[in-house]
Design a protein around this ligand. Structure first.
Ligand code: C2E
Ligand code: MG
Ligand code: MG
Ligand code: MG
Length: 288
């Protein structure tokens, strides 16, 4: 009997594997059509000044408007897109779309407090030859000021071909574009790259913020990252803030910026509510 049960489990396992594999292959094939059929869309999550809750930026987050499965988040397709290489085309489209959006917003409201759009760049996209030119062209086509763009890269990108990566980051910086390290602290990071790489912003991963109130150890880690950033003259953004307690704790640590469901989930562009700068703030744009 035990043997029969084990066999049943095995067969179920096999068939689950098979289903997962088929779905993956289908997703891969469909992704390429999705680009041609303009099925991708971008939602934006506000990034706020933690003290005032004023929106200072927004992160572009890709969605797939799947004809039968509905609106899909990156969890359902980013991995397949990375594997198939479709991520390069998708990423290029997201970048262009995000820049067009921020340019539209600035045209509609020049005094907006919303100063930048943050765009995720996968390692594979970054390493595609001509990436810097792609950014240059997207900026030119959209008419967006390079200062309105923050590119989010991950720590893993910095591990391989460090010279090439540093060089490209330097070129992007020379354009006026800023660079953030996304999910900071979750990768195989070596702190030495923070000295060597031209980086402007650290985004502290949600997994660190989750238990900031419950665990003294987590609190100490976030506190250390905030202090590190301040000493290196980097800005810090805390991700995944869901309650007031976390916000208060982060403010107490001196963390200036954050994003999370407490302030807003990702929304469509017309739902982004930003304030207007006072003339005083307008004079001091460098404070970002
Ligand atoms: P990420 O860059 O770390 O983005 C933050 C993710 O956390 C988003 O998920 C956002 O909706 C979610 N989030 C924000 N605040 C909260 C919160 O308070 N609670 C919870 N539970 N979640 C929160 P999303 O949109 O599903 O994106 C997941 C990941 O997919 C992103 O993580 C990013 O790594 C990737 N991604 C999204 N858009 C793109 C893109 O255009 N290109 C590339 N290469 N990757 C992308
Ligand atoms: Mg991100
Ligand atoms: Mg992130
Ligand atoms: Mg994250």
């Amino acid at each position: 009997q035990a043997k029969g049960e084990a066999k049943g489990t095995w067969q179920r396992y096999q068939s689950d594997l098979h289903t997962a594999m088929v779905q993956r292959l289908e997703t891969r094939a469909a992704l390429h059509e999705a680009i041609d059929n303009e099925q991708f869309a971008v939602m934006y999550q506000p990034i706020v000044d933690l003290g005032s809750a004023e929106t200072v930026g927004m992160e572009a987050l890709v969605r797939w408007q799947h004809p039968t499965r509905g609106l899909l988040g990156p969890y359902h397709f980013i991995e397949a897109a990375e594997e198939s290489g479709a991520i390069v085309e998708i990423g290029r489209w997201v970048l262009c779309e995000a820049l067009r959006e921020i340019a539209r917003m600035h045209a509609a409201e020049p005094d907006t407090t919303l100063r930048y759009v943050s765009v995720n760049v996968s390692a594979r996209q970054f390493r595609t030859p001509g990436f810097v030119d792609q950014v240059r062209e997207a900026l030119a086509d959209s008419g967006a000021d390079p200062q309105w763009l923050l590119l989010e890269i991950t720590e893993s990108l910095l591990l391989r071909d460090a010279d090439q990566v540093r060089n490209d980051l330097g070129e992007l910086r020379a354009l006026g574009v800023r660079i953030a390290i996304d999910d900071f602290g979750t990768g195989y990071s070596s702190l030495s790259y923070l000295r060597q790489m031209p980086v402007d912003v650290l985004k502290v991963d949600k997994s660190f913020i989750d238990d900031i109130l419950g665990s003294e150890q987590q609190r100490a880690l976030v506190d250390a990252i905030v202090t590190l950033a301040r000493n290196l003259d980097l800005a810090v953004v805390a991700e995944g803030i869901e309650d007031e307690g976390q916000r208060a704790e982060l403010i107490a640590m001196g963390c200036p910026y954050g994003q999370g469901y407490l302030f807003s989930k990702p929304v469509w562009p017309h739902e982004i509510a930003a304030g207007r700068r006072s003339s005083e703030e307008a004079r001091d744009l460098s404070a970002a």
